[in-house]
Design a protein around this ligand. Structure first.
Ligand SMILES: Nc1nc2c(ncn2[C@@H]2O[C@H](COP(=O)(O)OP(=O)(O)O)[C@@H](O)[C@H]2O)c(=O)[nH]1
Ligand SMILES: [Mg+2]
Length: 465
C-alpha cells in the first residue's frame, strides 16, 4: 500500500527548569516547556530513529545490524554502508508486522543524541531506496490506515504528546484506550440496526412483519437521541480539560488585580503600581492550577477613564469577563465595605469574589474571600477555593466526555438528523435521515467518508508520532 517508507523521528529529552510544583499556588506552565518543544533535532542523551514499512529490514542490513529477536532490545553497531566506518553503538528494536505501532515492519534505533551521530545515520538511511523522512503524523496515520486505532484514538495520542497537566494526561490516556471509540461505535451499531429494521418495513410492506418492528425502531432512536444529548450537554468539560479554562481577574483600578496575577504566576508578569490605570491591556499567563490547564488573564481596572487607550483596555476587560469560564472579581480593601458598582454588576454564579488589602481592615469578614497579596493572608484558602471551582468546571466524573469541537459538531449533526427522522412524514425520508445520522457517527471514528477529515486530524500532529 505504501511504496516508499521510513520515518526518522528524533525524540529529545525534555528538561524542565526545576521541579513543577502543583498545588499551593499555581505553577507557570507554558514557558519552561516551550523551549524543549521545538521540533526536530537537538542535543540529547539519546535519540530514537524510527523506521516503518517494508524497507525496514533492508535498511537495517545496510547499517550492518543483524535483526534482533522481535520486541527485544539488542545492542548493535551501526555502520556506514559506504566507508564501513562505525557511526554509533546503540540499541536496536525490531517489531515485525503486524505487531507494531503502524502495523508495518518497524524498527527503533536508540542512538546517542548528538547531531553528527543522528545526521550520519539518517544519511546512511537516505541511501536506501524507498526510504524518506516521515510527514508529520505519518506514523499515526499509517496506524489508523492499518486499523491499529480509530480517529478518536489518533487524536488522543496527539493530545497525550501535547499534555501539560495531569488532567490532560489522564483524559488523553483514557481516550487512547478506546473510551470514546467504544461509545461511538456502540451508538453507530445500534443506529445501523435500527435503520436495517426500518428498511425492512419499507421494503416488505406486504410481508407479515410484526407491527412492533417500527415501534422498536423509534424506541431505539429516541433512546439514542437522549444519550447523545446528554453527552453533548456536559458544559464542555472535556474540551475545558484539553484546551484549558479561561479565568479573568476583574475589578476597579488599584484593587491589586495585577499583584494577584503575579503572585499566582510566581513572576512579575504584570506591572504593579499605586497609579490607577496602570494595566491597560489584557495580560495572560498560562498556568497549571491543581492539575488543570488555566489561562489566567489580568485586565484593566473598570472605571470611567476618558483616555482612549484605557477605554479600549476597559472594553477588552469587559469582553474577557464575558468570555471567561470563571471570573475572579477583586474589590479594593482600602474602600471596603464600599464595593465598586461597575464591578459588582459583573458578579454571577461563575464568579469568585475577593476583597484584597485585608491588611488594611480591622475586621476582614463578610461575604467574600479576604486576602492580602501584601502579607499573604488568606491566599492559601483563596487558591484552594479557586482550584475547587476550576475542578468543578472541568471534572468529568465517571463518563468519558467529548474532547474536541470536531466531536461536538459531528454529534450535533447526528442529533439533528435523529430529530428530523422522528418528524419525517414518510418512512423513506426517515430512513435517509437515520443514514445521515449514522454517517455523522461514522465520521467521528473514521468509519466513513474518511479521506476528507483525515487531513484535519493528522495535520495537528507535530513531527513524529
Ligand atoms: N496594603 C496593600 N496594598 C496592596 C495589596 N495588594 C496590592 N497593593 C498595592 O496596591 C496598588 C495597586 O496594585 P495593582 O496590583 O497594580 O492593582 P490593579 O490596578 O488592580 O492591578 C499597588 O501599590 C500595590 O502595591 C495588599 O494586599 N495590601
Ligand atoms: Mg493592574
Amino acid at each position: 500500500m505504501f511504496p516508499i517508507e521510513s520515518v526518522d523521528v528524533v525524540s529529545r529529552e525534555v528538561e524542565l527548569r526545576g521541579p513543577q510544583q502543583v498545588g499551593k499556588v499555581g505553577s507557570p506552565l507554558r514557558e519552561p516547556l516551550d523551549s524543549a518543544r521545538e521540533n526536530g533535532m537537538g542535543r540529547a542523551g539519546i535519540a530514537v530513529i524510527r523506521l516503518s514499512g517494508p524497507e525496514t529490514k533492508i535498511a537495517l542490513e545496510r547499517l550492518g545490524s543483524a535483526l534482533p529477536p522481535p520486541r527485544k532490545a539488542a545492542r548493535r553497531q551501526f555502520i556506514d554502508p559506504h566507508s564501513g566506518e562505525k557511526l554509533d553503538d546503540g540499541l536496536l528494536l525490531w517489531f515485525p508486522a503486524p505487531h507494531s505501532f503502524t502495523g508495518e515492519d518497524v524498527a527503533e534505533l536508540h542512538v546517542h543524541g548528538g547531531r553528527a551521530v543522528v545526521e550520519s545515520i539518517l544519511e546512511a538511511l537516505n541511501s536506501v531506496r524507498g526510504l524518506r523522512p516521515a510527514e508529520p503524523g505519518e506514523f499515526t496515520r499509517r496506524a489508523f490506515a492499518n486499523d491499529k486505532m480509530d480517529l478518536t484514538q489518533a487524536e488522543a495520542l496527539a493530545d497525550l504528546v501535547d499534555a501539560e497537566t495531569r488532567a490532560q494526561q489522564k483524559q488523553a490516556l483514557r481516550q487512547m484506550g478506546g473510551a470514546l471509540k467504544e461509545l461511538y461505535d456502540d451508538w453507530r451499531h445500534r443506529l445501523v440496526q435500527a435503520l436495517a429494521h426500518l428498511e425492512a418495513v419499507i421494503d416488505f410492506p406486504d410481508e407479515d412483519l410484526p407491527p412492533e418492528v417500527a415501534d422498536k425502531v423509534w424506541g431505539e432512536v429516541g433512546e439514542l437521541r437522549q444519550r447523545i444529548e446528554k453527552h453533548l450537554d456536559d458544559g464542555g468539560r472535556g474540551e475545558h480539560i484539553r484546551e484549558g479554562l479561561t479565568v479573568a481577574i476583574i475589578g476597579p483600578p488599584n484593587a491589586g488585580k495585577s499583584s494577584l496575577l503575579n503572585i499566582l504566576a510566581r513572576r512579575e508578569a504584570a506591572i504593579v503600581s499605586a497609579i490607577p490605570g496602570t494595566t491597560r491591556d489584557v495580560i495572560e499567563v498560562h498556568m497549571n492550577l491543581g492539575g488543570y490547564a488555566v489561562m489566567l488573564a489580568d485586565t484593566a481596572g473598570l472605571r470611567e477613564a476618558g483616555d482612549v487607550i484605557e477605554d479600549e483596555g476597559i472594553r477588552r476587560a469587559r469582553s474577557r469577563a464575558a468570555d471567561a469560564d470563571l471570573k475572579i472579581v477583586v474589590f479594593d480593601g482600602a474602600t471596603y465595605p464600599a464595593r465598586d458598582a461597575a464591578t459588582a454588576a459583573l458578579v454571577d454564579s461563575d464568579t469568585l469574589v475577593v476583597v484584597n488589602k485585608a491588611d488594611l481592615l480591622s475586621n476582614p469578614v463578610g461575604d467574600a474571600q479576604f486576602i492580602s497579596v501584601k502579607t499573604g493572608a488568606g491566599l492559601d484558602a483563596f487558591v484552594a477555593e479557586l482550584q475547587k471551582r476550576i475542578c468543578s468546571k472541568a471534572d468529568t466524573g465517571a463518563a468519558m466526555p467529548l474532547t474536541r469541537a470536531r466531536h461536538r459538531k459531528a454529534l450535533e449533526e447526528c442529533r439533528d438528523a435523529l430529530i428530523r427522522a422522528g418528524a419525517a412524514d414518510l418512512p423513506e425520508l426517515a430512513a435517509e435521515d437515520l443514514r445521515l445520522a449514522a454517517r455523522a457517527l461514522g465520521r467521528l471514528t473514521g468509519r466513513v467518508e474518511v479521506e476528507e477529515i483525515l487531513d484535519v486530524v493528522f495535520r495537528e500532529f507535530c513531527i513524529g508520532k
